[in-house]
Design a protein around this ligand. Sequence first.
Ligand code: ZN
Length: 361
Amino acid sequence: MAIRWPFLAPVLLALMLAGCASSMSPQSDTMRAGISAPGIPGSAAPSKRYQNIGARYESEATRAQWAKHLATIWLGGHPGTRTLPEGHVLTKAEARRQFNDAASAQLSFTWFGHSSFLIRSGDAVILTDPVFSRTSGHGIFSVHRIAPVRPDPDVIDRLDAIVISHADYDHLEMGTLRRLARRFPHAVLYVPAGAAGLVDRLGFDTVRELGWWERDAAPAVSIQAVPAVHGVRRMPVHPLNASHWNGYRITLAGRSIYFSGDTGAGFIFKTIRARTGPADIALVPAGAWAPRDFERAFHVNPTEAVEIAQTMDAPLAIGMHWGTFALSAETPQQQKNTFLAAGTASVKTTVFRIGETRILR
Ligand SMILES: [Zn+2]
């Protein structure tokens, strides 16, 4: 249980807290910092600060606004469990049944909450940003989930790859990765440039950094890192923006899947579409978009998320990064409703219940 120090919290949080919102490093800070930074513990790579390209908005948040924002998250000031949509979480039995029923499907998706999807085909099984722990964050500054994990991660019986979008605590979770490494040491762990030093001793045989546009391809599956508009703050163990932030283009079972990671709006997505071709399915954010003036530099709202899916020519957009951690001012019900309402004639929007498995072709 976290010790609450209301008066110290804003200051301490500004220095240390992790979690998604803290990832939204002010770009102006990044620019001022240049490329000199302390080295990354355990990493042989030269340290540097990564930056965005083609962002639509610059962050103008002050340090005081950051401190208030982070303190609100830590002190539980955002809409929580009681505001989850009805039926948001499947029962353990139902989640397991759906998972097992899709075992032989050509292509299926299972949502464990937040940005954690298991994408299964006969050729490969891939996890995105797995976070199966009850909390996200560093030590006493951890933030508790507002919804449980479903299905039980023990149902996963094969794992070929894990893609990590960025090193924020709500996307790169050490405990989860350690447990997965014990069961699936041969699964390839893909991380953005600069992040290998954080994860190279967790027990995976192979950790691969993929810089933007780099691609790793086997006969039946291809994983390519693509740009996102974001930032990384994993204090105190990882210097500000010391690793990059990726989206991914995953091709398997004859389908091209776009996983945006956390991202703000930008001009870079047209370039991604031009270089990687159309997507069949887009996994894009549905949460962490309010208050808008603070969040917009790093987190799209649902309209912008669908714009990105449209830019990718994806006829289906699946909402992620919502209804799991209380990181922002909008309620989970608003996240769901707004994302569903943002669909267009060319991009259908949908959301899963936590634990839900769908067969998609
Ligand atoms: Zn996040």
